[in-house]
Every structure is written in C-alpha cells, then in structure tokens.
Design a protein around this ligand. Structure first.
Ligand code: GLA
Length: 750
C-alpha cells in the first residue's frame, strides 16, 4: 500500500503527500525551502501548490528578504508555513534549529537536496520511539536539507502508519563539513497551520494533582508548556491538544501532539500577525547545546501528530492505539498486567519479613498475583535519609536477606517485585562515600538537596554501569518479576565534571540518554521483567517512559475521588492500562476522605489494578468484597486494556463523572459512574452511552458489590444500542449517595 505519494509537476516541482485515507500531510520544496501545504482530514492527490501563501503584502521586490540569487517577486519567508524554519534569514518566528559556528554566526540556510522513501521505520539509536512489527504497516519519507556553509545535513523523517491518522516526525543532523559547530536549538517537529482558530489544551499539575486539563483559545504571541526540571514532570506533560473551538468529546477536528521524551521539553504555539499558528515540539532550548565535530550525528527525539474529526474521544483512541501498538512492549499490550499489592501505604518503612509475608499471604488468598516491596529494603535505609545507591539487602530490616524473602513469596505462587530509585544517592551510603564526585554538582557552589537525596550523574557511562551491575545482581538473586523505578527529585546544578566547558549544555540530554540506556540494558538482560515507572507518583508520565515501562504510577494521590480528575486528564493521551491505580485505605492518606470500598475499586479498575493497603486490617466481609473485585476485574480487564474508551461526563464540570470502554467489535461494554455530591430532589438526567451498534440489542447488568449477596449482577434491562446512545440510562438507576459508584456491564444479544 502506497502511503506516500510523490508528484512531479511540469515545472519540475515536487510535492509529497502522506496519506492513509484518515489523514493527509502535504509538503513541497519551494525555492529550496520545505513548506507545509496542508495537514488534516484526508484529501485526494492533486496539485496543492495553490496553498502556498501568495498574498504579496509588501510591495518591496525582495524574495525571502535578502535572499541571494533571485530578484523575482516572491512571498516573504516569514509568511510561509515551513517544515524546518531557521534563524537569521527573514523568518522572525521561533526557528527549528540554531547553529553556532566558529565565527560566531548563528545563521543557516538549509536547502532541499533529495528524499528517500522506504517501508517500515528505523529505530532511533539510544532513544525511545514508535516501532513497527511489520514493515508493510508504515512508510517513512526522509527528506534531506543541506546547509552548504557548515556542511550540516538535516534529515527530516516522517513516518505514516497504514491505518492510524498519525505522523511520527524526527530530525537527524549529520555533520559533513569540516569545522565544529554547536547546535543551540533543535526541535523535533514544526507544524505550521494556516489559521489560529484553535483551543489549546494542556495537562498541568503538581505532586498529587497530575495532568488536570486546562483549555484556552490561542492568542497572538507564544503559548508554551515545558519542563526544565530534567524530567517531563508533574507540572506539565509533553502532550498538547489543538481543537477547533466547537469541539466536543465526540465531534470536531482536533490535533494531538506528543513528544516521546522524558527530559526537558518545550511545546509551544506561536501565532503571528497573519493569524498563522506555528506549533513546535522539541528538547527545551534553555541550557541545551550539542557540540558536533565533523562526521558526528545528532538524533532528535520523536514527536507525534495525531488528527481526529471525532472530537477529543476520537483523538484519545488514536493515541491509545498508537501507544498500545507502536510504543509499549507488545507482550504487555496483549497480556493482563498482574494484579498487585504494594506495601507502601500499608506499612511505609515499618515492616519486617514476617509482616510482609502476612500481607502477601492474605493478598494471595484473595487473588492478588504480584507482591511489591516498596522503599526501605536496601542499604542502611531505615527512613528516607540513607541508603539510596546501595542496592543490596538491608540486613538490619530483613536479616534473612532479600533472596530468601523472594523465595518465600514465589513459594506462595506470587510474583515478586522491588522498588528502586536508580538515579539517586543519599550521602549516607557506601556509593556516595566511595564516589562523591558521581553526584551532579557545579564546582564551588552548594549542592541542592531534596528528601536527603542527590542526583547521580547518569551522563557518565561508568555511573550507569555501576547501577546496572547492582540492580542486575539483585534481579538474579531474587528472580525478580517486577521493578518499580522511582525518581523522587528533579535536577539542579546540572554540571558534569568530566566534560569541558563547551560540552556542559549536553548534560541534561545525556542524563536522560543514560536513563534510557539503563532501561534498555535491564530489559535486554531480563526481557520478562515488568517495570513500572514512577516519579513521586506521576512526575515522569510520558511516552518515552512508556517505551520501557508499560505501566506508570499515575499519582501518589490514591484517593478515588481525586483520581477521577487525575485519571480523566491522563486518559486524553494515555491508555487506561498504562495508568497504575490502587485501592487504598480510608480515611485516605492524602486527603482524609472516606470513600466506599466498591468505589475505590471501580476507579482503580480503569487502570493497572492493584491494592495498596493493609489487607490484614480488613473485615471478613471486606475481604470477600476484595475477592469479588478481583474476579470482576479479571473478567473485564481485556475490555479496559484493548477497548475503545469514551469520556462521558466530566468531574471538572459536573457533580458526577462517567466513562466507558467498548470492545473493538462494539459487542461488549463496561460503564462507570461515580457521584461527587448528591443533591436531593434533583433534576432528571440521563447517561448517554457511546460506541455501540445502533441496531444491536444489549443486555445491561449492574454489578452488585454487596458482599454476602449471591447475585453478583442485577438485571437492568434489554435495550437497543440506539436507545442507549440517544436516550441513555435513566438517572434513577444510577448513584444515590456521595462517592457512590455504579458499574454496568453491557453485552450484545446478537
Ligand atoms: C515515591 C513514590 C511512592 C513511594 C515512595 C517511597 O513518593 O511515588 O509511591 O514509592 O516514593 O519512598
């Protein structure tokens, strides 16, 4: 199937059209500059040269400002929609590249040279990126632009997938010249759109309040989100949505952007005076630079652009599919993640081997499959001020050793998992005592500390090697099944004492490459290992991390009501099955809120399900509920992992929240609603469903969470898909109390 069409017209001009019937992306070189003619809903092949901005707003007879060689009357470069805008040649918006040369100039002039097209997609060396399992499912176009003076080649890579409306874009800079240069900015993607009629949604937050959605119209000037913290962070997420103003969850044209990167990033939209919008995605240029000698290469991370005409839900399903089919390990796309118990909120640092085994045994008896021992099992860690960096058993706490505990857990027929924080060190550790210089710090300046910890210099290979050796030894000793990889502070004083002054701008990017390198080596050595990402909760929830850790701890906030907001926001760009979600105790440790056990389970079902409380403190009736919850989850898990997801009622604007998952064949669905505040004698309302077959008849059952009842499901009725979508479920059958949850399962009778 040809996904990329190249047309050559009579005047010799070339046009590239990437299309799979669901999206079109059209470009052409114009006087050497690669222009974007169109991106959006699919178009037939045609000559789209007329889409080049050709309004001669200025009477001056100057092409590209002072462009050499031609005095034809041409549109100005600053009015054109470009794929690789650059600094210093008349485009005064933010460039995609800035190159500092030996003579101090930052000007470049990348001219179109040629292109290649091939089936499939190459792996980006050292970086996470989308992958293809079958080369016939994607095509890649690589366009080479050349700056003659420096000898730099920019190879712009575009991959289109056969049946997803999404383009993956990255840039490789090859130095074919003689003199060293310094890249000071290199964006992975520029998307220039012809107008500014978009609302931009971003996912801002903080610890325990990750990825709340904020939406506002674009305005003149620059609107930016980003991170300079060394991690994508809780504060903003490397994703953004640009939607036409009338877009709803189900209707409207919408673009989604995601950056497959976990370090400092920048996503911005710049609206110019002609109301054109330039969207750019890349490594944050603040404190970034990269030295390139002749013969060297710099590979940018990958950015994704998805498009839907079916509103925000449509866009979410495009990104959910992309993550499932092209980013996370295919094994975990196709298998249920084990149901886990994590001891953190059950014990914090107050545990012994005996208490852990008791927790494991009780969990196991209810059907839990994986026991995760969180922080505190290693080094001299009695509390959070010591031990990071020493990944050997804390014999004071676990005198028989971690291998013995692992054996006992495995003997219960449970999987065993351990917490690590590989990138960090406490001063109270053997590692720090023997290598104080391994900490990121700037000479002659104080070292910032957070939670008593310092950041190891992962830009150094010897540091990564040491941590690999330590963790690999523990994995071997314990036959470890799972790792929770935490990262509990951001980077400060990013300085590498092994590198010269000119290379200091590379440290933060090299750091994250070191993190990726450790992930890759661990997974290569132990391919069956399941890694759950974490950074004080969801502080590094991005598609870069998902390439290695198919589930990420969504937030340290385990309150089910708070999770409605966090999981709602996270669901826009990330599949449910990637979002770690646990049933925790009440009153909740973060909020003090008391939420029914059934509601805590319903909310956690729509994520990677687990428990994080002392199950030994539950009553027999509660344990029976837990058993039932696990059975229900197992029954419907594949629907949640593989199905299409629909946000129905937003907790941000209502006193309830509702959502559903529908199987790909539309024959099965699971629907949840949770009440935030019940009002007596309230107005009527209905819950309209999505994604069903209009003409099919469905049997609707409500899950009965009451322990002690022999009826797990209560019949609600039989309705057509049309009724369920147009009329909906009557409010009277829904929630009746604050924080109460209702769960419906729906199966086609056809
Ligand atoms: C972070 C994590 C928690 C827990 C603690 C342990 O805060 O997000 O889940 O693992 O560290 O110290």
């Amino acid at each position: 199937m040809a996904l990329i069409n190249v047309s050559t017209f009579k005047d010799g001009s070339v046009q590239f059209h990437l299309s799979n019937g669901k999206i079109s992306y059209i470009m052409m070189p114009f006087y050497g500059k690669l222009l974007n003619l169109y991106v959006g809903a699919p178009l037939p092949d045609n000559n789209y040269t007329y889409l080049i901005e050709n309004t001669f707003r200025v009477l001056a007879n100057l092409p590209f400002e002072d462009g050499p060689g031609s005095e034809e009357r041409l549109p100005k470069i600053e009015q054109l929609r470009q794929e690789f805008p650059e600094y210093g040649r008349g485009d005064y918006r933010i460039p995609a590249i800035t190159v500092l040369q030996e003579n101090g100039s930052r000007i470049s002039d990348f001219q179109y040279m040629d292109y290649v097209i091939y089936d499939g997609k190459k792996k980006l060396e050292g970086l996470p990126s989308t992958y293809i399992t079958d080369d016939s499912n994607a095509q890649t176009l690589e366009i080479t632009l050349v700056d003659e003076v420096t000898g730099l080649w920019a190879i712009l890579s575009y991959t289109i997938f056969s049946d997803i409306p999404l383009i993956a874009k990255s840039v490789r800079i090859e130095h074919h010249g003689q003199h060293s240069v310094q890249l000071q900015r290199i964006y992975s993607a520029t998307f220039d759109l012809p107008d500014m009629q978009y609302n931009m949604s971003e996912f801002m937050g903080a610890w325990a309040r990750e990825r709340y959605i904020y939406t506002q119209p674009l305005h003149f000037g620059i609107q930016a989100i980003g991170s300079t913290r060394g991690a994508s962070s809780h504060f903003s997420n490397p994703t953004a949505i640009f939607a036409r103003p009338d877009t709803t969850q189900t209707h409207g044209q919408v673009f989604g952007i995601s950056f497959i990167y976990s370090g400092n990033f920048d996503i911005h939209a710049e609206v110019d005076t002609y109301e054109q919008t330039r969207i750019q995605v890349g490594i944050n240029a603040l404190n970034f630079s990269w030295h390139l000698n002749s013969g060297e290469i710099f590979q940018s991370p990958e950015a994704l652009l998805g498009f839907s005409e079916e509103g925000y839900n449509g866009l979410s399903n495009i990104f959910h599919r992309t993550v499932r089919e092209h980013i996370i390990n295919p094994y975990w796309s196709n298998h249920r993640h084990p149901i886990l118990i994590n001891n953190w909120e059950a014990t914090y640092y107050d545990f012994t081997e005996e208490s852990l085994l008791q927790l494991a045994a009780t969990s196991n008896a209810q059907g839990v499959e994986l026991f995760v021992l969180d922080d505190g099992w290693f080094g001299a860690r009695m509390e959070d001020n010591a031990g990071l960096g020493d990944w050997q058993t804390n014999l004071k706490r676990l005198p028989s050793g971690i291998a013995s505990l692992a054996r006992k857990i495995h003997n219960l027929d449970m999987k065993f998992g351990l917490w690590f924080e590989p990138e960090m060190v406490n001063k109270q550790s053997n590692l720090y005592r023997s290598h104080p210089d391994w900490v990121l710090h700037t000479p002659n300046r104080g070292q910032s500390v957070h939670r008593y910890q310092y950041v190891l210099n992962f830009a150094r290979q010897d540091v990564v090697d040491e941590i690999f050796t330590q963790i690999a030894a523990i994995i071997r000793q314990t036959n470890l099944d799972y790792i929770k990889w935490d990262m509990n502070r951001f980077i400060t004083e990013a300085f590498d004492n092994t590198r010269c002054a000119a290379l200091q701008g590379e440290v933060q990017h090299r750091y994250i490459l070191g993190v990726y390198n450790l992930y890759e080596r661990l997974l290569e050595a132990f391919p069956h290992l399941l890694i759950e990402g974490c950074a004080s909760g969801g502080g590094r929830f991005d598609m870069g991390m998902l390439a290695y850790s198919p589930q990420i701890w969504t937030s340290d906030n385990t309150d089910a009501i708070e999770r409605l907001y966090i999981q709602w926001g996270t669901s826009y760009m990330y599949p449910l099955a990637t979002q770690g979600a646990h049933v925790s105790t009440v009153p909740n440790h973060q909020t003090g809120r008391i939420v029914p056990l059934a509601t805590r389970a319903v909310v956690a079902f729509f994520g990677t399900f687990g428990y994080e409380l002392d199950l030994n403190a539950l009553s027999d009736l509660e344990l029976e509920q837990v058993r039932m919850q696990i059975q229900i989850y197992k029954e419907y898990e594949s629907l949640i992992r593989e199905g299409r997801y629909y946000r129905l009622i937003s907790p941000f604007s209502h006193d309830r929240a509702a959502w559903m998952c529908v199987s790909q064949d539309c024959r099965h669905a699971i629907v949840a609603e949770v009440s935030l505040a019940v009002h007596p004698n309230k107005a009527n309302s209905r819950l309209q469903l999505e994604g069903l077959l209009e003409r099919s008849m469905y049997c609707i059952r409500k899950v009965n969470f009451d322990s002690g009842s022999s009826h797990r499901y209560l019949e609600y009725g039989i309705r057509s898909g049309a009724e369920l979508m147009r009329i909906g479920i009557q409010d009277s059958s829904l929630v009746e109390r604050d924080y109460q949850a209702t769960l419906f399962v729906i199966d086609s009778l056809d």
